[in-house]
Design a protein. Structure first.
Length: 478
């Protein structure tokens, strides 16, 4: 059976690549709706491994046709981690099983018929999506939600509510091997939030123009009766206004934006700012989130919330009770006065803003930056300068192994991979003690030996970094 867009009535659903954050969300939603769910993956790590285990959803290790033959799924959802040569993806075609992509399944089975709020942008999607859902939830709107992380207010990365709104993180990464377009094109946005656009995902986008074109398609899709909430401070986002058919509403720190912030205050407990609406001072807001970038993220959500009918008082209640997201400046433990923090940052801009936020949150304290170049894109040569600039905000830097070095050697070419030694050399020359250590046990040993009380160990990776957070805490306990 070919790729299906109108999904058949089924009971047993199988997910190839179930350990991805969005795929795990889909698995949970399917289970909640009464489907029999199972899936396969390789190297599933927390928080998704513990999350799926808590839900009781079977995760089969590795990819083999035996899984398909044993479970006889009536629908297969093929995640974008699976190429056309993936054993189970190829087996799905050979066995003539109905199959679809993750975004199409989410739209057809859960979003269709609701007001779709799609949050896009190179940075800040998870935080902004989570906060948007919480603003609606705390106001009693009972929204549905899918987010690429685990918001602490919900302790789930999805929610199926009875309210009108469905809030979803709109990833610009490709949909599947049979659909190379970005995921966010499938979510039927009634309200589209475009937070920022920067070069990323170098493994699938040739250059910045290619990414801008992907967002252009998303903007063009929104119907005239919809709304596009766009970052007015971002030139790449502003360049898409001429492509919009829907209302174009801007947010940012520039006074020319439809909603803008003034008089920001930053403290270890969060941020405060005054919001102006269409040229008039409107309200003073306080949020638990730290940093200038999170003021901008909050403004975007405030704009959407007001258009969805929330009052300033309801919005404020949501802002001040928002608890954040796992792996976004998440304190994993404190031992011997040393604070170990986990963060998902893996792009130079994200690392820069994360370190800036840490500086505000821990003023006067020594900050270590531990970074794993985990993804293909994060280890690209063109990001070297960006990393060097970002790490200047740290007091000490340790860079782990380039996770996909083997793929650069066999597929992309080592000339396309960043040189960690160059980054380390430049930082040391500028007086920032830096080193590359491939082994995470050795990293933990160095931190435990040299860290002092009040030091902050900021661990940044888009993956597990081989559990270096717990290794550090264990060494410190010893």
């Amino acid at each position: 059976m070919p790729h299906v867009k109108q999904l058949p009535t089924v009971k047993r659903v199988y997910l190839i690549g179930i350990g991805g954050t969005a795929m795990a969300s889909l698995a949970g939603m399917l289970q909640e709706r009464g489907y029999e769910v199972a899936g396969s993956d390789e190297h599933v790590y927390p928080p998704m491994s513990t999350y799926l285990d808590r839900l009781g959803i079977p995760v089969l290790e590795g990819y083999t046709n035996d899984h398909l033959l044993k479970l006889h799924p009536e629908l297969v959802v093929i995640g974008n981690v699976a190429s056309s040569t993936n054993v189970e993806a190829a087996g799905t075609l050979e066995l003539d099983l109905p199959y679809t992509s993750m975004p199409e399944a989410i739209y057809e089975l859960f979003i269709k018929g609701k007001h779709s709020i799609v949050v896009t942008g190179t940075h800040g999607k998870t935080t902004t999506t989570s906060l948007m859902a919480w603003l609606l939830e705390s106001a009693g709107r009972d929204p549905s939600m899918v987010v690429g992380g685990i918001p602490l207010n919900f302790n789930h990365n999805f929610k199926l509510g009875d309210g009108r709104e469905f809030v979803i993180e709109g990833d610009e990464y490709n949909t599947s091997f049979f659909d190379k377009g970005p995921k966010f094109l499938h979510y039927g946005a009634n309200t589209l939030l475009v937070n920022n656009i920067e070069f990323d995902h170098a493994d699938i986008y040739a250059n910045l123009d290619a990414i801008i074109d992907a967002f252009r398609k998303g903007v063009q899709q929104v119907a005239p009766d919809g709304m596009i909430v766009a970052n007015g401070d971002d030139a790449n986002v502003r360049s898409l206004q001429a492509d919009a058919r829907a209302r174009w509403f801007t947010f940012g720190t520039s006074r020319g934006c439809d909603i803008f912030a003034t008089d920001p205050e930053y403290t270890p407990a969060g941020s405060a700012f005054t919001a102006w609406w269409e040229g008039r001072e409107w309200a003073r807001f306080r949020t638990t989130m730290s940093g200038a970038h999170n003021v901008v993220n909050a403004l975007a959500d405030i704009a959407i919330a007001r258009y969805r009918g929330l009052s300033a008082e309801e919005i404020q209640r949501g802002l001040e009770t928002f608890e954040g997201i796992k792996r976004r400046m998440e304190v994993r433990g404190v031992e011997r006065g040393v604070t170990v923090i986990d963060d998902f940052a893996h792009h130079p801009t994200a690392i820069d803003t994360t370190l800036a936020g840490a500086r505000r949150r821990f003023p006067g304290q020594r900050i270590w930056a531990l970074f794993e170049p985990r993804s293909i894109s994060s280890s690209r040569k063109e990001f070297e300068t960006g990393y060097i600039e970002a790490f200047h905000q740290a007091d000490r830097v340790i860079i782990g192994a380039v996770f996909h070095k083997g793929r650069y050697e066999t597929r992309y070419g080592l000339d396309k991979m960043m040189s960690v030694s160059n980054i380390v050399e430049r930082l040391n020359a500028d007086g920032i003690r830096s080193e590359q250590i491939d082994d995470t046990d050795a990293i933990a040993g160095v931190v435990a030996r040299d860290a002092q009380p009040d030091d902050v160990i900021l661990v940044m990776s888009s993956g597990s970094f081989d559990g270096v957070h717990e290794k550090i805490l264990e060494r410190l306990r010893q």
